[in-house]
Design a binder for this molecule. Structure first.
Ligand code: BDP
Length: 680
C-alpha cells in the first residue's frame, strides 16, 4: 500500500526532462552495494517512466546515466571535474558531463555507499520536481555515524514502540522472512542511515545471548540484508554477560578473565559478521549492571570492550544516560539533570578512540522541552554522538502529531560556546569542533510492523527528517517537511501547504497542551501517555516540578538552587542562572517562581498556563479541520488512518487542558482572567 511505501512510492511524478538520460544505465562494477544501487535506480525509473532502463557495461550511442565510484571513473572517458574537498566518506557527486558529444548524467560515489546515496538523491530530485539545471551536486554527509537504535526485544515487543511489533524478532527468535527488513533497509539507505542497533538498550535474559552462537547465525542473516544497503549492524550488550551467560564469578572490567571472555565473544561475532559495527551499552542506569558494581569507572568499563573490538574496527557506543533512579524526593539538593555531566566530565580524555559517548539531547529524558545537555560542550577529548528519540515516548506516542525536526534543529543549532561563539552542537557531534575521529547522530526508532511502519502515517516524516538532518544538519525543518510531503503525497499545492503547515505547527501545539514552560513530565507513570500532574512528584525517579500553592519550578541556579547552571559555559550559564535572561520556555526548568511571576510575554505564569492549554486544545482541533480539507486529494487509506489519530489527539489534548488547568486552579485559587470554564 501507499502507506507502506512511504517516501519511496515514486507515484505522482514522472521523469520529465530527465527522460533522455534514463533509457540506459552504464555500470561496470559488480560490487554488491553498486548492484543494489542499480536495482534501486532501475526500480525507480521503471515506475517513473513505465519502462525499464537497459543496463549496459559499455557506452551507448545516446545519452545515458553513468553509475560508479571515483575509482571506477578512472577507466572512463568522462570529462568530470570534481571540485569539492574530494567528497567525504560516503559522499557523492551527480553531474551532467560529456563523453565526446554525448551528454552523460554521472552518479559518482566516493565509495560504493556514496553511489547508492547518489542514486537516491537523483530519484528524490526527479520526484521533487527539481529541474535538470539544478541537478548538479557534490554532497557528503556532515556526520560519519548516522545510526538508528531499536529498542526491540527478542519476544517481538518494542520498548516505547507505538507502531506494532518488531520486524526483526518474534517468539524469542529472529524472524524467518526478512523481506520486510529489506524494505526497511531501502528506506534507511535512501536517507543516508549507515548503522542500526538491533536490540533494546535494556538487555534482558534472552537478548544477552544475542552475542553467542545461539543467535549469531540468525543475526548474521539480518546483517546480510542490511549490508547490501551500506548499513552496519550493532548489538546492545549486557555488561554482566560474563556472569549471566559465561561461567565467570565477576564482570569486573579490569579482571583478566573478563577481558579474555569479551575478546573471544567479539572474535566469534566477527567470524559471523565481518563488518560488525560494535556494541551499544547502557550501564549503571535504571537497574542495568555496569562497572560501578566492581568499583570501576565508566572509562574502564567502556575501554575494556573497546579493546576487544578495536582489532576488528568495531566501536563502543557508551550511553551517558547514567543517573540515580532511586532519589529521595524529599532531598531538594538532588538533581537528576546534573548526573550525566557529573559522571562523565571527569573522565574526558580517558576513553579509547573507538568509544563514542552517546548523549541524550537533554539532561533529563526526551521531554518536549529541555535545555540541551551541557555535556556537549564539556567533552573535549571524547568522541560523542547526539541521541534523539524518533519514537514519540513523551511527545504523543504517534497518536498525537508532533513533527520533531523542528525541535532537533534547535538542538543542533544550540551554541555551547565551548570554543567561543559558533560552537554548535552540530559541530560538536560531528567531531569537527574538537577534532575527534568519530561522531554522529543516533535516533531511537519509531517503526514497527504496522502497515505504515510508524503507526501514524505522518510520523514517517520524523524518520525521514531524522535521516536528512543526520546527513545535513544545515537543512531547515521546513525544507525537509516540504521534501517529504512531495515525495509522499505528490505535488498538489493545497496538499503540500496543508500538510507542511500541520507539521510545522505540531510541536508547538503539543507543547502548549502538555507540561508548561520546560517543567516536563506531568505524564502518567509507566506508559507516559496522558496527563498526571503529580504522577512522578513523590517518586524516586528524580523528575520533580515542586508545585505548591505559592509557586512552581526547579531552582537549578548556583545562587540558591542545585547549581546545575554551572555546568554550562559562559554566557549560557549566566543566561540560565539569571531569571531576567532565562528564556520563557525554559523558565520552570531553571527557576522556582510564584504563579504571579511575569513572563517576558507580559503574562503571569498562571495565565500563561491557562492560555496555552486552551489554545493548544483548540489548535489540536484545528489540525483535524485542516486535514479534512484534503479528503479526496490523497490516498484514502492514509487519509482515514491520519483522521483516526487526529481524533485521538483531540481527546488527549482536551484531557491535558482540563487536568492541567484544574490542577493549577486548585493549587493557586487564581482565576483565569478570561473566565473560561475550568473544572474546579
Ligand atoms: C526512558 C524510557 C525507558 C528507556 C530509557 C533509556 O522510558 O524505556 O529504557 O529511557 O533511554 O526514556 O534507557
Amino acid at each position: 500500500s501507499k502507506a507502506y511505501n512511504c517516501w519511496l512510492n515514486y507515484e505522482n511524478c514522472s521523469v520529465g526532462e530527465y527522460q533522455d538520460f534514463c533509457n540506459y544505465i552504464k555500470v561496470k562494477s559488480t560490487h554488491p552495494i553498486i548492484n543494489t544501487a542499480i536495482e534501486e535506480l532501475k526500480f525507480g525509473l521503471n515506475k517513473l517512466m513505465k519502462k525499464e532502463p537497459l543496463i549496459l557495461n559499455y557506452s551507448p550511442k545516446s545519452s545515458y546515466i553513468f553509475v560508479g565510484t571515483l575509482e571506477d571513473l578512472k577507466n572512463e572517458k568522462l570529462d568530470v571535474q570534481i571540485k569539492n574537498e574530494i567528497l567525504k566518506e560516503d559522499g557523492f557527486a551527480v553531474k551532467i558531463v560529456k563523453e565526446g558529444d554525448t551528454d552523460v548524467l554521472a552518479i559518482i560515489g566516493q565509495n560504493e555507499k556514496g553511489v547508492l546515496y547518489g542514486v537516491f538523491y537523483l530519484l528524490r530530485a526527479i520526484c521533487s520536481g527539481n529541474s535538470l539545471n539544478e541537478i548538479e551536486i557534490e554532497d557528503g554527509p556532515y556526520n560519519l555515524l548516522r545510526i538508528i537504535n531499536h529498542w526491540d526485544n527478542l519476544n517481538g515487543e518494542i520498548e516505547r514502540g507505538y507502531a506494532g511489533q518488531s520486524i526483526f524478532f518474534k517468539d524469542n527468535k529472529v524472524v524467518e522472512d526478512l523481506s520486510r527488513v529489506k524494505d526497511y533497509a531501502r528506506l534507511l539507505a535512501s536517507i543516508g542511515i549507515n548503522g542500526v542497533v538491533l536490540n533494546n538498550v535494556n538487555v534482558h535474559k534472552y537478548e544477552t545471548e544475542l552475542i553467542t552462537d545461539k543467535f549469531l547465525p540468525d543475526v548474521s542473516r539480518i546483517a546480510d540484508v542490511f549490508r547490501l544497503y551500506g548499513i552496519k549492524i550493532y548489538l546492545s550488550i549486557n555488561f554482566a554477560a560474563p556472569v549471566e551467560i559465561g561461567d565467570l564469578p565477576t564482570a569486573d572490567p579490569l579482571d583478566e578473565r573478563v577481558k579474555k571472555w569479551w575478546k573471544e565473544i567479539v572474535e566469534n561475532i566477527y567470524r559471523y559478521i565481518p563488518d560488525f559495527g560494535g556494541f551499544l551499552v547502557k550501564a549503571d542506569s535504571e537497574f542495568r549492571p555496569g562497572p560501578f558494581t566492581y568499583g570501576r569507572n565508566h572509562a574502564e568499563g567502556a575501554n575494556m570492550l573497546a579493546e576487544a573490538l578495536k582489532p576488528h574496527g568495531g566501536l563502543v557506543f557508551w550511553r551517558a544516560f547514567v543517573y540515580n533512579c532511586m532519589v529521595d524526593w524529599r532531598d531538594r539538593t538532588q538533581d537528576r539533570a546534573k548526573a550525566a555531566y557529573e559522571n562523565f566530565k571527569p573522565l574526558d580524555g580517558q576513553f579509547m578512540d573507538n568509544v563514542v559517548l552517546q548523549i541524550k539531547y537533554g539532561p533529563m529524558d526526551f521531554q518536549i522541552r529541555e535545555p540541551v545537555s551541557p555535556l556537549f560542550g564539556a567533552m573535549e577529548k571524547t568522541n560523542v554522538a547526539l541521541e534523539l528519540q524518533i519514537t514519540q515516548e513523551y511527545t504523543g506516542q504517534q497518536k498525537d502529531l508532533c513533527y520533531l525536526p523542528t525541535m532537533w534543529k534547535e538542538i543542533l543549532d544550540f551554541d555551547t560556546y565551548a570554543k567561543g561563539k559558533g560552537s554548535t552542537v552540530a559541530k560538536v557531534v560531528n567531531g569537527s569542533l574538537f577534532g575527534m575521529k568519530y561522531g554522529g547522530i543516533v535516533g531511537v526508532s519509531n517503526i514497527g510492523d504496522s502497515k505504515s511502519w510508524t503507526g501514524h502515517p505522518l510520523a514517517q516524516a520524523n524518520l525521514y527528517g531524522f535521516g536528512r538532518l543526520a546527513w545535513n544538519p544545515l537543512l531547515s525543518p521546513k525544507e525537509i517537511a516540504e521534501e517529504w510531503t512531495k515525495l509522499t503525497f505528490g505535488h498538489d499545492e493545497q496538499v503540500i501547504n496543508t500538510i507542511v503547515s500541520m507539521l510545522m505547527a505540531s510541536r508547538d501545539i503539543y507543547e502548549k497542551y502538555t507540561a508548561p514552560l520546560g517543567v516536563g513530565w506531568m505524564v502518567n507513570p509507566g506508559h507516559h501517555y496522558g496527563p498526571n500532574p503529580e504522577g512522578y512528584e513523590y517518586s524516586h525517579w528524580g523528575t520533580y516540578h515542586y508545585a505548591d500553592y505559592k509557586g512552581i519550578g526547579v531552582d537549578r541556579t548556583v545562587a540558591t538552587g542545585t547549581g546545575y547552571t554551572a555546568q554550562y559555559k559562559e554566557p549560557i550559564a549566566s543566561m540560565y542562572e539569571n531569571i531576567e535572561t532565562c528564556p520563557d520556555e525554559l523558565l520552570l526548568f531553571f527557576h522556582h517562581v510564584p504563579y504571579t511571576h511575569k513572563l517576558k510575554s507580559g503574562k503571569t505564569v498562571i495565565q500563561h498556563i491557562y492560555d496555552t492549554h486552551f489554545e493548544g486544545a483548540e489548535e489540536a482541533k484545528g489540525l483535524k479541520e485542516k486535514w479534512l480539507t484534503l479528503r479526496g486529494k490523497i490516498d484514502e487509506e492514509i487519509f482515514e488512518m491520519v483522521l483516526e489519530r487526529l481524533e485521538m489527539q483531540i481527546k488527549n489534548a482536551i484531557e491535558w487542558r482540563d487536568v492541567v488547568n484544574t490542577y493549577f486552579y486548585r493549587k493557586t485559587g487564581i482565576r483565569d482572567v478570561h473566565n473560561r470554564k475550568i473544572y474546579e
